[in-house]
Design a protein around this ligand. Structure first.
Ligand SMILES: [Zn+2]
Length: 270
């Protein structure tokens, strides 16, 4: 049973749980780490890098080929700070990439620790606050389970897997450092109060899960790993993993039932 739980969790895009899962299977299930996404149409003027901010809109839509380069043998994205950056098993973030605008959204968390997984990038954090506020108005209680995860955290997690479970297990079930979307600071795993459906596919059938799927796009978020798109995203269905891309892009993706990958593949073929 422990193995099944382990596999189910690790196969997910949120596969880098906090290190403490190693001493507690329950922890692993309830608190995986992931990248954060957020919504909101505005980007703070002080954002230091070029191209993000409003860059998540369809007006700025580079092909996937344009935003990748090989760094030390690893296909690495050239636009880590863009709100629409695509990070997946074929596209790593630079190992030294740390978002410059990480902040803690003012939303409920199901844990008390002051840890990095509370964090999201500024526009994502503001959008998450708006999303949660709307949920509350609608009688829906949401929790932010896991947001930003640093490369360093992912690396030590992966190395712990190798040490405790062996190389093969680590390679199969743990996220390789740099390839977790949670390192972007644009992804947040969300749950309801019920721990039984936390980071489980059954979350999709809960009132909270259904509300999230219907409303997230209006706040700039997408369900990043949808059902039936596993071959494209490389991940199992994750109804809890929100990714911030901005309102315009989110609404197009969610209304058409496509993935972030498909959204950008279209631009490269047109
Ligand atoms: Zn996640």
């Amino acid at each position: 049973m422990a193995t099944a739980v382990c596999m189910a969790t690790l196969m997910s895009g949120c596969e880098a749980p906090s290190l403490d899962f190693l001493s507690s299977k329950k922890e692993q299930v309830s608190q995986p780490a992931s990248t954060g996404d957020s919504s909101g149409t505005e980007t703070p003027a002080e954002e230091p890098s070029t191209g993000h901010g409003q860059g998540s809109s369809a007006a700025h839509k580079p092909s996937m080929e344009e935003t990748i380069q090989t760094v030390e043998g690893i296909p690495t994205v050239t636009n880590p700070e863009e709100l629409y950056v695509i990070v997946n098993k074929q596209r790593a973030l630079p190992s030294d990439y740390v978002p410059s605008d990480l902040t803690e959204p003012n939303v409920p968390f199901p844990f008390k620790d002051k840890v990095e997984k509370r964090l999201l990038r500024e526009p994502a954090a503001r959008a998450l606050e708006a999303l949660f506020a709307q949920a509350k108005q609608d009688g829906i209680e949401l929790y932010a389970v896991s947001g930003y995860r640093s490369y360093k955290t992912q690396k030590s997690l992966y190395e712990t897997y190798v040490r405790t479970q062996g190389e093969a297990h680590a390679a199969a079930f743990s996220a390789v450092p740099g390839k977790s979307e949670h390192q972007t600071g644009l992804a947040m795993d969300v749950s309801g109060l019920d721990q039984a459906t936390r980071l489980e596919q059954t979350f999709a059938d809960t009132p909270e899960g259904m509300w999230l799927a219907e409303k997230c796009a209006a706040f700039g978020f997408i369900i990043r790993y949808p059902k039936g798109k596993e071959d494209i995203t490389g991940y199992a269905y994750e109804p809890w993993h929100l990714r911030y891309v901005g309102v315009e892009t989110a609404e197009e993706i969610m209304s058409r039932g496509i993935t972030l990958e498909e959204y950008f593949q279209e631009s490269s073929s047109s």
